[in-house]
Design a protein around this ligand. Structure first.
Ligand code: 1PR
Length: 564
């Protein structure tokens, strides 16, 4: 008897398990249909794709028992897909939902905004008067002044005229672009959130704790009051995200360390006279898990761990990064992206591991997104050669299909290629940037295009960043992380020409990376481009700029940020 968690076998359920453990709760997993009878409270932390979730529930014989459990009146807490399955259907899939809430789940309109909706947004209580009168019990732990982490392309659009009965379930709504959607529901024994409390830092942990602390008999909520039609505010409250990135590799002693390069060279320079004894050694800026914990506490909105030498050999059977991810996920309650080596691999005994299996291992360890680098370049090359057709078996497509496109980030490592604009007649003519002369002295006056590289910049490929960005979007990537070999570690600021070029080429969210040297550089990125997030490594590792300083300056510039 007690608290049970439902894992349908795809997506990161480890994060929720870690959150509950950190809050001091014991729980068990639903392993087969008979376990529902033993559960006195149930949390369904669905992550990923609706179709996959329903498919797994059906194939494991859990679909009807789940519905019966919910209808039995025992406390139920659904998260993300765990909320969406309560609805009738989803535009994402042909399969039906549980049909407890009579309306469909739709796709966000991407004509005015990036989709997926990814990041920290507010959740406004629908029945504000009841919340004021009844206090915390009525709010169900939701704090309208806090931000919660969302990551989804599909939602229940708020429409009290078309779906009055379904909307009477709405507990909170959230605005994204000019659309208002239901961000949590509550009625009877059911509470469910579209956002991820287990990834929403301290506000999310407080919400989980508030639900879990209630005696089971108290989980009976009356239907909400009659609902008004809501009109979108001029601006939504989605915050711009600050991401702290850790490049991880083994040093010469074989220990995994966070390192940091200058234009991707991570070894100490021999010219540094003070460090002659360390010249040539891999720069060591700390231990990955300790740094991850520090950045979480410091208010990073997201963390990224990149295994930067995975292009060499990275068998899954002996992957030390998995242990790093597992340990980091135990103390970090904001989203974790893991990159490096997300590709088909072969273990030393000859066992083949697909990219999907590799990604699955990271999701089970606690990653929320995987980032694909080199393999994405090869995938787009193949996609273009095949006449922009895909057989759906590549790393991007298969991971997006199983876990949802929001779980697939593509990390690109471009380098500028300078050309004389008066004579250049190559294939990238339409993409040439005639920007400010901020490159090397000998390239002044020239234009440039951005070329894709693989293996951490070691090899250039005949593909431009625009071709790559549009190709990976078509294949199913949910976000693009834009590095720059020219700017990495220079502190000169983000390459805004590059970021703008990519942002204008795709509809999915974009993260600016490489070159941050001051808090002002983040403000520049958010005011001079439309990116959703900006990432830095060196200045945070060396403690030259604190995350709080970045956020303070952003606030002063009227950019919406999350206070941790
Ligand atoms: O190709 O799928 O195995 O992925 C490899 C991953 O490792 C890619 O995401 C690639 O960007 C990364 N990587 C490979 N080599 C390096 C290197 O530095 N030698 N790191 C590397 C590149 C750049 C960012 C860095 C930002 C911000 N990483 O990670 O954090 O440039 O730095 P800054 O703020 O100090 O300027 P695959």
């Amino acid at each position: 008897m007690g608290l049970y968690l439902l894992d349908y076998g795809a997506g990161n359920v480890q994060s929720l398990a870690n959150s509950l453990t950190s809050l001091g709760y014991n729980f068990q997993w639903i392993k087969d249909p008979s376990d529902f009878a033993k559960a006195t409270s149930l949390i369904f932390p669905g992550v990923g794709a609706f179709e996959t979730a329903i498919g797994h529930l059906v194939s494991r014989g859990l679909f009807q028992p789940l519905k019966d459990y919910i209808l039995s009146g025992k406390p139920y807490f659904g998260i993300c897909i765990g909320m969406q399955v309560l609805f009738e259907s989803s535009a994402e899939a042909s399969s039906r939902g549980l049909g407890v809430i009579p309306c469909p789940i739709d796709r966000f309109d991407d004509s005015d905004k990036a989709v997926p909706h990814m990041g920290w947004n507010a959740a406004e209580l629908v029945n504000v008067i009841a919340a004021k009168e009844e206090g915390e019990a009525s709010a169900e732990g939701v704090d309208s002044s806090s931000y919660y982490y969302f990551v989804h392309s599909f939602c229940a659009k708020y429409d009290s005229e078309k779906y009055p009965e379904a909307m009477s379930w709405a507990h909170t709504t959230t605005q994204y672009g000019q659309e208002i959607f239901v961000s949590s529901v509550r009625k009877g024994n059911v509470f469910a959130t579209q956002f991820h409390p287990e990834k929403s830092g301290k506000a999310g942990l407080a919400l989980l704790d508030s639900w879990l602390r209630k005696p089971e008999s108290a989980h009976t909520h009356a239907p909400g009051a009659p609902l008004a039609k809501l009109t979108p505010a001029p601006k939504d409250k989605l915050t711009k995200r600050i991401v702290a990135c850790m490049d991880v590799r083994a040093n010469d002693q074989g220990d995994l360390v966070v390192t940091k390069g200058d234009q991707y060279d991570v070894r100490e320079k021999s010219s540094s006279s003070a460090k002659t004894e360390t010249a040539g050694a891999v720069r060591n800026l700390g231990k990955p898990v300790a740094l991850a914990a520090r950045y979480y506490e410091a208010g990073a909105d997201e963390l990224c761990l990149l295994n930067i030498t995975s292009f060499r050999h990275s068998p899954l059977h002996d992957q030390p990064m998995l242990a790093v991810v597992r340990a980091a996920a135990e103390c970090v309650f904001v989203p974790l992206t893991i990159g490096g080596g997300i590709k088909d691999t072969v273990d030393p005994d000859g066992t083949k591991r697909s990219a999907l299996e590799v990604a699955g291992a990271y999701f089970r360890a606690g990653a929320d997104k995987v980032s694909i680098g080199s393999e994405a370049v090869y995938a787009v090359e193949r996609f273009r050669e095949a006449g922009f057709k895909s057989d759906g078996t590549g790393a991007i497509e298969s991971i997006a299909h199983a876990y949802g496109r929001q779980a697939v980030v593509v990390s690109i490592d471009p380098r500028r290629v300078y050309v004389d604009p008066s004579t250049y007649d190559g294939p990238y003519k339409a993409e040439l940037i005639h920007g400010k002369p901020d490159g090397p002295e000998n390239e002044r006056g020239k234009a440039w295009w951005y070329q894709c590289t693989v293996s951490g910049g070691r090899e250039s490929r005949p593909l431009s960043v625009v071709q790559l960005a549009q190709g990976v979007e078509a294949l199913g990537a949910g976000e693009i992380l834009v590095n720059s070999i020219d700017r990495d570690g220079t502190g000169l600021g983000f390459d805004l020409d590059l970021v703008n070029l990519i942002k204008k080429s795709v509809k999915i969210p974009v993260v600016a990376s490489s070159g941050a040297g001051s808090a002002q550089h983040f403000v520049d990125a958010f005011t001079q481009t439309n990116v959703e997030a900006a990432l830095a490594a060196g200045i945070f590792h060396r403690e030259e700029v604190r995350i709080s300083e970045v956020k303070d300056l952003m606030k002063a510039a009227s950019i919406n940020v999350r206070d941790s």
